[in-house]
Ligand binder design. Sequence first.
Ligand SMILES: *Cc1c(COP(=O)(O)O)cnc(C)c1O
Length: 413
Amino acid sequence: MNASEFRRRGKEMVDYMANYMEGIEGRQVYPDVEPGYLRPLIPAAAPQEPDTFEDIINDVEKIIMPGVTHWHSPYFFAYFPTASSYPAMLADMLCGAIGCIGFSWAASPACTELETVMMDWLGKMLELPKAFLNEKAGEGGGVIQGSASEATLVALLAARTKVIHRLQAASPELTQAAIMEKLVAYSSDQAHSSVERAGLIGGVKLKAIPSDGNFAMRASALQEALERDKAAGLIPFFMVATLGTTTCCSFDNLLEVGPICNKEDIWLHVDAAYAGSAFICPEFRHLLNGVEFADSFNFNPHKWLLVNFDCSAMWVKKRTDLTGAFRLDPTYLKHSHQDSGLITDYRGSNKVNEALLQRINSAKKIHLVPCHLRDKFVLRFAICSRTVESAHVQRAWEHIKELAADVLRAERE
Ligand SMILES: *Cc1c(COP(=O)(O)O)cnc(C)c1O
């Protein structure tokens, strides 16, 4: 597909999408198909020759749509809302075009910076305590996760690392395995199934605290579990409180359980995946009271805030709890703006290579990242774009040679 066909098909696709949304009420909300319906309708292996665009769109209507559960039908009342809107669909198209991967600031500065600022906007809309915001170079901040399940897992793993470090600082002879055996995490018996799964993945016990008559976790039940477990030699370290459970939208009593977690040095994660968007409304904000006791907080804009899946907003009071827990420093992720604080033991040839890389990346005609192969600093030249031709590679090579000559000349002087 070239650019001119993309222009034409893109407009057709937008029409198809708009027609789908406008006509969705006329479609049966839940499909009639039986398990395995799809396989006989399409070839057993990928075709050797491409289909036409028309054929593909016809297949979408004939083969895919009959098997779609229409989450955006006004007759869909299952699970939970999943957000979608025309602006979010357009934004997805633009993201597809820019197609960058934002794993570090340098991997695409706008990506990281927009995320940080938007997370502050969103945090202010919720009136999150300032400690969770990134502005004014505070210790806290927000980060987008794919799902609330991931946010819970990330919080649990960070809490696990933190408690292990704390206990080992006090008793260096303790092994990680010995500590992990004793760690115990908690949630109410109404928590989302992803909380239990986070415990399984994190390799720690997870205990369900019985909820009260309103399906809320209360102080007394938590206290009881803590006392019993501590007496048995276990180490409570992590707690998930839910604001708006998936089953019946009940609320754990944060104002009661929050101070207990703080006193016991238990990381408190607040899962407001479902109901969180509502806290933007002043009349519902009181439901978030007690979040000031939390170490991390999460809700899903992809449930109720018109943002297409996946966008789960997570905030922490101490960014270093997350960055520290998952810290890895491969060479190709380092960049000149990073205050890595590392002092590299330069050898002659590595130093020259580093100087060359620096020249290349400050000239900004091409972009490379380095790696280390054993003790060698290596400039990686990866063919990345689909549209690279040998002329581009030639031009890049001439450019590199020129800069290399400059570096060597500077060395000699
Ligand atoms: C929906 C929901 C989740 C899971 O959300 P994902 O983003 O799909 O992982 C977790 N907790 C609660 C309370 C939920 O309602």
